[in-house]
Design a protein around this ligand. Structure first.
Ligand code: ATP
Length: 281
């Protein structure tokens, strides 16, 4: 386990802890700040590198700017200052990014197949040409038997799987997930965590995953960036170097408990620092 403090904050482990061999950077945020027109300073001096093939969690209290950071990476919101650097070059990265929201945002009048086909349709791909890709994505999330079903006929977990399949058909370089499983019951959430880990492993996805849950972030992540609020910023980074593929046995292991304890303590410190900032100490 390695914990690295960010900025001038000091935590209890070595700042020079070795990082596992991390390949190419997909995108970097440099000194990004965001002030909304209301005057809210949602992000201040955020530096973040996202590495190819990793699952990175942004873990933090409500209001620390996790969603704002995701939206900026996705190009759905602009920065007030700072830079977003895509080493692959170019200006428009909308087709590099897939987004999965907390709500599955499915079209209720369309079948599962047509919901998943939507991104291909928007690109002008015919139904027939898209068929194999759509069915493959549905197969990956275990829903090929439900291609003709309507969202109202599905459980919450199944709807979320449809949403993931829809993001999958665009073959994004980077998948951004904003608390996708937060509204689900614990067992369904754990199942979807396992599905995500499996699919990410098979397809080599790069994922940025926003969550409030220490347990979820430790289970799925290679790296966790703990954020603090007021203003939103990266507070500490934790490498979860437990072997992959992770299995439910990992959840029952002493190592998992240790990681969770460490992440939880870091989050508590981050929340405490934010409170100090507000109190003016
Ligand atoms: N469009 C907006 N206009 C004004 N303020 C905003 C807007 N969007 C977010 N904020 C504010 O920016 C701050 C960060 O919000 P953000 O949604 O990014 O936090 P978060 O960490 O994702 O929170 P949560 O975990 O509750 O979703 C909050 O104080 C929020 O009220």
């Amino acid at each position: 386990m390695a914990l690295r403090a960010i900025g001038n904050l000091t935590l209890n482990q070595a700042a020079s802890a070795p990082r596992p061999p991390t390949p190419k950077t997909v995108v970097s945020l440099r000194d990004v700040s965001k002030v909304f027109s209301s005057g809210t300073l949602a992000l201040e001096h955020l530096d973040l590198d996202i590495y190819q093939g990793e699952i990175l969690s942004l873990l933090g209290p409500s209001g620390c700017g996790k969603s704002t950071a995701l939206r900026i990476i996705a190009g759905l919101g602009d920065t007030s200052s700072g830079r977003i650097i895509w080493p692959s070059g170019g200006d428009d990265h909308s087709s590099d990014v897939g987004f999965v929201f907390q709500e599955p945002t499915l079209m209720p009048w369309a079948t599962v197949f047509d919901n998943v086909r939507l991104p291909s349709r928007l690109k002008g791909v015919s139904r027939n040409a898209a068929k194999d890709t759509v069915m493959h994505a549905l197969d990956n999330v275990g829903l090929s038997a439900f291609a003709g079903a309507y969202p109202r006929e599905l459980s919450g977990g199944m709807r979320m799987r449809v949403s993931i399949a829809r993001a999958m058909v665009t073959k994004p370089k980077l998948l951004l997930m904003d608390e996708p499983f937060a509204a689900l019951d614990e067992i369904t959430r754990q199942k979807l965590n396992d599905d995500l880990i499996r699919i990410q492993h098979e397809l080599g996805w790069t994922v940025v995953f926003v969550t409030h849950s220490v347990f979820e972030s430790v289970y799925i992540s290679d790296r966790i960036v703990v954020m603090a609020a007021r203003p939103g910023r990266a507070f500490a980074e934790m490498i979860v170097d437990a072997p992959r593929p992770r299995t439910p046995e990992f959840r029952a292991s002493a190592a998992y408990v240790d990681y969770c304890r460490q992440a939880s303590a870091t989050l508590t410190t981050a929340i405490g620092k934010a409170a100090e900032t507000v109190d003016g100490h």
